[in-house]
Design a protein around this ligand. Structure first.
Ligand SMILES: Nc1ncnc2c1ncn2[C@@H]1O[C@H](COP(=O)(O)OP(=O)(O)OP(=O)(O)O)[C@@H](O)[C@H]1O
Ligand SMILES: [Mg+2]
Length: 243
Protein backbone atom coordinates (compact mmCIF):
# COMPACT_ATOMS: atom_id res chain seq x y z
CA UNK A 1 0.00 0.00 0.00
CA UNK A 2 2.83 2.37 0.89
CA UNK A 3 6.09 2.11 -0.96
CA UNK A 4 9.00 4.35 -0.06
CA UNK A 5 11.97 4.45 -2.42
CA UNK A 6 15.27 6.22 -1.86
CA UNK A 7 13.59 8.89 0.24
CA UNK A 8 15.87 11.84 1.09
CA UNK A 9 14.92 14.92 3.05
CA UNK A 10 16.30 17.96 4.87
CA UNK A 11 14.44 20.93 6.29
CA UNK A 12 17.12 23.29 4.97
CA UNK A 13 19.25 23.04 1.81
CA UNK A 14 22.44 22.16 3.74
CA UNK A 15 20.69 19.75 6.09
CA UNK A 16 20.37 16.01 5.58
CA UNK A 17 17.82 14.39 7.89
CA UNK A 18 16.90 11.28 5.89
CA UNK A 19 19.20 9.47 3.46
CA UNK A 20 17.94 6.88 1.01
CA UNK A 21 15.11 5.42 3.03
CA UNK A 22 13.40 2.32 1.55
CA UNK A 23 10.52 0.34 2.99
CA UNK A 24 7.02 -0.76 2.21
CA UNK A 25 3.88 -1.25 4.24
CA UNK A 26 1.20 -3.76 3.22
CA UNK A 27 -2.50 -2.97 3.61
CA UNK A 28 -3.68 -3.88 7.09
CA UNK A 29 -0.17 -3.89 8.59
CA UNK A 30 0.89 -2.15 11.77
CA UNK A 31 4.31 -0.70 11.01
CA UNK A 32 6.34 0.78 13.87
CA UNK A 33 9.27 3.10 13.30
CA UNK A 34 11.71 2.91 16.19
CA UNK A 35 14.80 4.99 16.70
CA UNK A 36 16.43 7.47 19.03
CA UNK A 37 15.19 11.00 19.50
CA UNK A 38 16.05 13.13 16.48
CA UNK A 39 16.50 10.15 14.14
CA UNK A 40 13.68 11.38 11.86
CA UNK A 41 10.62 9.35 12.85
CA UNK A 42 8.24 12.31 12.90
CA UNK A 43 9.78 13.61 9.68
CA UNK A 44 8.98 10.32 7.91
CA UNK A 45 5.37 10.46 9.17
CA UNK A 46 5.03 14.05 7.89
CA UNK A 47 6.37 12.99 4.49
CA UNK A 48 3.96 10.05 4.38
CA UNK A 49 0.97 12.20 5.32
CA UNK A 50 1.92 14.64 2.52
CA UNK A 51 2.56 17.55 4.90
CA UNK A 52 6.10 17.99 3.54
CA UNK A 53 7.60 16.83 0.25
CA UNK A 54 10.67 14.67 -0.39
CA UNK A 55 13.90 16.25 -1.59
CA UNK A 56 14.64 13.09 -3.54
CA UNK A 57 13.08 9.69 -3.99
CA UNK A 58 9.42 8.83 -3.91
CA UNK A 59 6.50 7.74 -1.82
CA UNK A 60 3.91 5.68 -3.67
CA UNK A 61 0.44 5.10 -2.27
CA UNK A 62 -1.20 2.18 -4.04
CA UNK A 63 1.29 2.80 -6.82
CA UNK A 64 0.42 6.49 -7.15
CA UNK A 65 3.00 9.25 -6.58
CA UNK A 66 1.21 12.15 -4.82
CA UNK A 67 3.77 14.54 -6.32
CA UNK A 68 2.28 13.82 -9.75
CA UNK A 69 -1.27 14.67 -8.70
CA UNK A 70 -3.22 17.91 -9.00
CA UNK A 71 -4.04 19.79 -5.79
CA UNK A 72 -7.55 18.40 -5.80
CA UNK A 73 -6.40 14.82 -6.31
CA UNK A 74 -3.80 15.23 -3.56
CA UNK A 75 -6.50 16.48 -1.17
CA UNK A 76 -8.56 13.38 -1.98
CA UNK A 77 -5.51 11.26 -1.17
CA UNK A 78 -4.94 13.15 2.09
CA UNK A 79 -8.51 12.39 3.06
CA UNK A 80 -7.67 8.70 3.05
CA UNK A 81 -5.29 9.37 5.95
CA UNK A 82 -5.43 10.63 9.51
CA UNK A 83 -2.77 11.51 12.08
CA UNK A 84 -2.68 11.44 15.86
CA UNK A 85 0.15 13.29 17.59
CA UNK A 86 1.82 12.87 20.95
CA UNK A 87 -0.18 15.85 22.26
CA UNK A 88 -3.87 15.34 21.42
CA UNK A 89 -4.50 19.11 20.79
CA UNK A 90 -8.26 18.97 21.25
CA UNK A 91 -10.22 22.16 20.77
CA UNK A 92 -12.30 24.00 23.31
CA UNK A 93 -15.62 22.24 22.76
CA UNK A 94 -17.35 19.10 23.95
CA UNK A 95 -15.88 15.64 23.49
CA UNK A 96 -18.65 14.88 20.97
CA UNK A 97 -17.91 18.04 18.96
CA UNK A 98 -14.22 17.18 18.83
CA UNK A 99 -14.96 13.67 17.58
CA UNK A 100 -17.52 14.93 15.04
CA UNK A 101 -15.13 17.43 13.43
CA UNK A 102 -13.93 15.34 10.48
CA UNK A 103 -17.47 14.52 9.36
CA UNK A 104 -18.65 18.08 9.84
CA UNK A 105 -16.03 19.49 7.49
CA UNK A 106 -17.06 16.84 4.99
CA UNK A 107 -20.66 18.16 5.28
CA UNK A 108 -22.14 14.84 6.34
CA UNK A 109 -25.81 14.75 7.40
CA UNK A 110 -26.48 15.52 11.04
CA UNK A 111 -28.02 12.08 11.72
CA UNK A 112 -25.01 10.33 10.20
CA UNK A 113 -22.67 12.46 12.31
CA UNK A 114 -24.58 11.79 15.53
CA UNK A 115 -24.72 8.04 14.94
CA UNK A 116 -21.06 7.79 14.03
CA UNK A 117 -20.02 9.89 17.04
CA UNK A 118 -21.95 7.47 19.28
CA UNK A 119 -20.18 4.56 17.62
CA UNK A 120 -16.80 6.20 18.18
CA UNK A 121 -17.62 7.02 21.82
CA UNK A 122 -18.48 3.35 22.34
CA UNK A 123 -15.22 2.33 20.67
CA UNK A 124 -13.18 4.40 23.14
CA UNK A 125 -15.46 3.66 26.12
CA UNK A 126 -16.28 7.30 26.86
CA UNK A 127 -20.03 7.39 26.14
CA UNK A 128 -20.67 9.16 29.44
CA UNK A 129 -18.33 12.00 28.58
CA UNK A 130 -19.92 13.11 25.29
CA UNK A 131 -20.95 16.51 26.61
CA UNK A 132 -17.93 17.17 28.77
CA UNK A 133 -15.46 19.85 27.74
CA UNK A 134 -12.56 18.16 25.97
CA UNK A 135 -10.13 20.45 27.79
CA UNK A 136 -11.09 18.90 31.13
CA UNK A 137 -10.13 15.35 30.16
CA UNK A 138 -7.21 13.44 31.62
CA UNK A 139 -4.29 12.79 29.26
CA UNK A 140 -5.35 9.21 28.67
CA UNK A 141 -8.95 10.18 27.93
CA UNK A 142 -7.82 13.02 25.66
CA UNK A 143 -5.65 10.64 23.65
CA UNK A 144 -8.59 8.23 23.24
CA UNK A 145 -10.73 11.14 21.99
CA UNK A 146 -7.95 12.12 19.56
CA UNK A 147 -8.00 8.56 18.21
CA UNK A 148 -11.79 8.63 17.84
CA UNK A 149 -11.56 12.00 16.07
CA UNK A 150 -9.08 10.51 13.62
CA UNK A 151 -11.04 7.27 13.10
CA UNK A 152 -14.43 8.86 12.51
CA UNK A 153 -13.51 9.52 8.88
CA UNK A 154 -12.50 5.85 8.47
CA UNK A 155 -9.02 6.59 7.19
CA UNK A 156 -7.34 3.81 5.24
CA UNK A 157 -4.05 4.81 6.85
CA UNK A 158 -3.66 6.03 10.41
CA UNK A 159 -0.40 7.70 11.45
CA UNK A 160 0.43 7.74 15.14
CA UNK A 161 3.33 9.81 16.42
CA UNK A 162 4.36 8.61 19.88
CA UNK A 163 0.72 8.10 20.86
CA UNK A 164 1.52 7.02 24.41
CA UNK A 165 4.65 9.05 25.18
CA UNK A 166 3.12 10.98 28.07
CA UNK A 167 0.91 8.31 29.57
CA UNK A 168 1.10 6.07 32.63
CA UNK A 169 1.33 2.29 32.07
CA UNK A 170 -2.40 1.70 32.57
CA UNK A 171 -3.30 4.22 29.88
CA UNK A 172 -0.53 2.98 27.62
CA UNK A 173 -2.20 -0.44 27.77
CA UNK A 174 -5.63 1.01 26.94
CA UNK A 175 -4.33 2.94 23.95
CA UNK A 176 -2.42 -0.10 22.68
CA UNK A 177 -5.61 -2.17 22.95
CA UNK A 178 -7.49 0.52 21.07
CA UNK A 179 -4.88 0.57 18.29
CA UNK A 180 -5.21 -3.20 17.93
CA UNK A 181 -9.02 -2.95 17.85
CA UNK A 182 -8.97 -0.22 15.19
CA UNK A 183 -6.58 -2.26 13.07
CA UNK A 184 -8.71 -5.42 13.32
CA UNK A 185 -12.19 -3.93 13.18
CA UNK A 186 -11.66 -1.41 10.39
CA UNK A 187 -8.67 -2.99 8.66
CA UNK A 188 -6.84 0.33 9.05
CA UNK A 189 -3.20 0.32 8.01
CA UNK A 190 -1.20 1.89 10.84
CA UNK A 191 2.20 3.55 10.71
CA UNK A 192 3.49 4.66 14.07
CA UNK A 193 6.58 6.25 15.56
CA UNK A 194 7.61 5.08 18.99
CA UNK A 195 10.55 5.21 21.37
CA UNK A 196 9.00 2.33 23.19
CA UNK A 197 10.48 -0.94 21.93
CA UNK A 198 8.12 -2.99 24.09
CA UNK A 199 5.21 -1.25 22.44
CA UNK A 200 6.55 -1.90 18.96
CA UNK A 201 6.95 -5.57 19.80
CA UNK A 202 3.48 -5.83 21.33
CA UNK A 203 1.47 -4.24 18.55
CA UNK A 204 3.45 -4.00 15.32
CA UNK A 205 3.49 -6.64 12.61
CA UNK A 206 6.48 -4.94 10.98
CA UNK A 207 9.13 -2.71 12.53
CA UNK A 208 11.90 -0.50 11.23
CA UNK A 209 14.93 0.86 13.05
CA UNK A 210 15.94 4.38 12.10
CA UNK A 211 19.38 5.64 13.04
CA UNK A 212 21.38 8.64 11.88
CA UNK A 213 19.17 9.33 8.88
CA UNK A 214 19.11 5.73 7.69
CA UNK A 215 16.61 2.96 8.02
CA UNK A 216 19.18 0.47 9.26
CA UNK A 217 16.82 -2.47 9.05
CA UNK A 218 13.12 -3.28 8.72
CA UNK A 219 10.99 -6.38 8.58
CA UNK A 220 8.87 -8.83 10.52
CA UNK A 221 8.68 -7.78 14.19
CA UNK A 222 9.72 -11.04 15.85
CA UNK A 223 12.55 -11.61 13.40
CA UNK A 224 13.96 -8.15 14.01
CA UNK A 225 13.73 -8.51 17.78
CA UNK A 226 15.20 -12.00 17.94
CA UNK A 227 17.55 -12.18 14.97
CA UNK A 228 18.43 -8.71 13.74
CA UNK A 229 20.77 -8.65 10.76
CA UNK A 230 22.57 -5.43 11.67
CA UNK A 231 24.62 -5.08 14.85
CA UNK A 232 23.36 -1.52 15.39
CA UNK A 233 19.81 -2.89 15.61
CA UNK A 234 20.91 -5.51 18.13
CA UNK A 235 22.68 -2.82 20.15
CA UNK A 236 19.60 -0.61 20.10
CA UNK A 237 17.33 -3.44 21.16
CA UNK A 238 19.63 -4.47 23.99
CA UNK A 239 19.92 -0.84 25.15
CA UNK A 240 23.66 -0.70 24.44
CA UNK A 241 23.45 1.87 21.68
CA UNK A 242 24.16 5.22 23.25
CA UNK A 243 21.78 7.67 21.62
N1 LIG B 1 10.93 22.17 11.28
C1 LIG B 1 12.21 21.79 11.40
N2 LIG B 1 13.23 22.57 10.94
C2 LIG B 1 14.50 22.17 11.04
N3 LIG B 1 14.90 21.00 11.58
C3 LIG B 1 13.94 20.19 12.05
C4 LIG B 1 12.55 20.53 11.99
N4 LIG B 1 11.83 19.51 12.54
C5 LIG B 1 12.74 18.59 12.93
N5 LIG B 1 13.99 18.98 12.63
C6 LIG B 1 15.24 18.20 12.86
O1 LIG B 1 15.12 17.00 12.12
C7 LIG B 1 15.69 15.90 12.83
C8 LIG B 1 14.67 14.80 12.92
O2 LIG B 1 13.59 15.25 13.73
P1 LIG B 1 12.32 14.37 14.01
O3 LIG B 1 11.39 15.22 14.79
O4 LIG B 1 11.83 13.79 12.75
O5 LIG B 1 12.93 13.20 14.93
P2 LIG B 1 12.19 12.11 15.81
O6 LIG B 1 12.84 10.80 15.51
O7 LIG B 1 10.72 12.21 15.60
O8 LIG B 1 12.58 12.54 17.29
P3 LIG B 1 11.75 12.36 18.66
O9 LIG B 1 11.89 10.92 19.04
O10 LIG B 1 12.45 13.27 19.63
O11 LIG B 1 10.32 12.77 18.40
C9 LIG B 1 16.15 16.48 14.17
O12 LIG B 1 17.53 16.71 14.08
C10 LIG B 1 15.39 17.76 14.29
O13 LIG B 1 16.12 18.70 15.04
MG1 LIG C 1 9.16 12.68 16.84
Amino acid sequence: MISVENLCFGYKPDQSILNGINFSVARGDVFALMGPSGSGKTTILRLLDLFIVPRQGSILLDGVDPQQLTGKERLAMKRRMAMVFEEPALFNASVAANIAYGLKVRHEKRATINNTVQEMLALIGLQKMARKSALLLSRGEAQRVALARAMIVRPEILFLDEPTANLDPHNVGRIEELIRTVNKRFGTTIVMATHNMGQARRIATTVGFLYAGQLVEWGDTETLFTAAADERTTAFISGELVC
